[in-house]
Design a protein around this ligand. Structure first.
Ligand SMILES: [Zn+2]
Length: 311
């Protein structure tokens, strides 16, 4: 058995044991935290297993903590949203002039692939290898001289997708930390629905705020949990996720708490998200192993225990 297969099996047992506490009828099963699709352990057998390891913070931006997610959600959310977090990092490097960005210059009907580098004395464009047809440089210079400008197109990280990716991380973080306790709350359904339907239908920027400066306690691979406790109707979980944007240190994802109170805080999330810049509140970093929490006899109430400390 490979190391990965072993890890998948260990986590499957851990989560299905936790699921049994919350839903005794689902003994031996696993529910994907994002889509709630149900799987038996046979889902791990295939060469391309239906349930796979998922990094809470994408691996490509330094994440090392893993949990489980269904393969479809893992692939779909990775391609749709997490890829924009990775692009955000590249955009930052491009903005500082350290790497070029792929772009396209429009020359009449031609689209010419170029590398676009920012420098102190302005933009530099290099025609990419293989794109060079004889005379294309002269044509471009001619167009510039004639029109004074040339159209350049490039892809940048979409802020809506970056926000959705932060929400994806926040959901996986809650699952990693608390198992099914919060994930199965009906309050989490709206977020789940949003991740399924996409940022056009559900604007995640409403529940994602930004912190512009902090005390240096969090490095850029730390995911942390805080609880907003000012008043009952604003009590909610706040997951801080490192940002790759130069002007933003952290994305702050606001997740509803339990029961009617939690639902109300979800309604107020827009207002709270607007308030969190810069946000300083009571909170704590979570760095201990998930096994401890999920395996304890009282695991069913781990999220509520933390929650109740703030009452
Ligand atoms: Zn899923």
């Amino acid at each position: 058995m490979s190391k990965k297969q072993f890890k998948r099996r260990t986590l499957f047992d851990l989560y299905s044991g936790n699921l049994e506490i919350h839903r005794p009828s689902l003994k031996g099963r696993f529910l994907c935290p994002i889509c709630l699709a149900e799987f038996s352990k046979a889902a791990l057998d295939a060469d391309n297993p239906l349930v796979d390891l998922a990094h809470v913070l994408p691996k490509s931006i330094g994440g090392s903590v893993v949990t489980l997610e269904c393969r479809d959600c893992n692939n779909r959310l990775g391609a749709r949203y997490d890829s924009h977090r990775i692009m955000e990092r590249k955009d930052r490097e491009w903005a500082s002039g350290s790497i070029p960005k792929r772009a396209v210059m429009k020359l009449g009907g031609d689209r010419i692939a170029v590398d676009w580098l920012r420098t102190d004395d302005g933009p530099h464009f290099t025609i990419r290898e293989g794109q060079f047809r004889p005379g294309v440089d002269k044509d471009l210079l001619g167009l510039l001289a004639h029109k004074g400008s040339v159209e350049v197109q490039a892809r940048f990280a979409n802020p809506r997708s970056v926000a959705a990716s932060s929400v994806h991380t926040a959901m996986l973080f809650m699952f990693w930390r608390f198992g099914y306790e919060w994930i199965l709350e009906s309050n989490a359904d709206q977020i789940r629905q949003g991740l399924r339907d996409g940022p056009r239908r559900f604007d995640f920027r409403k529940i994602v705020g930004h912190v512009k400066s902090h005390d240096g306690a969090l490095d850029n691979t730390t995911v942390a949990l805080n609880i907003r406790s000012d008043s009952a109707d604003k009590r909610c979980f706040i997951v801080t996720v490192p940002s790759e944007r130069p002007e933003v240190v952290m994305h702050v994802v606001i997740l509803p708490g339990f029961g009617a109170e939690g639902l109300e805080c979800f309604e107020r999330a827009i207002e709270i998200a607007a308030e969190v810049r810069p946000w300083k509140g009571r909170g704590f970093l979570i760095s201990d192993s998930p096994e401890v929490l999920l395996r304890e006899p009282g695991a069913a109430s781990s999220a509520r225990d933390i929650w109740n400390k703030f009452r």
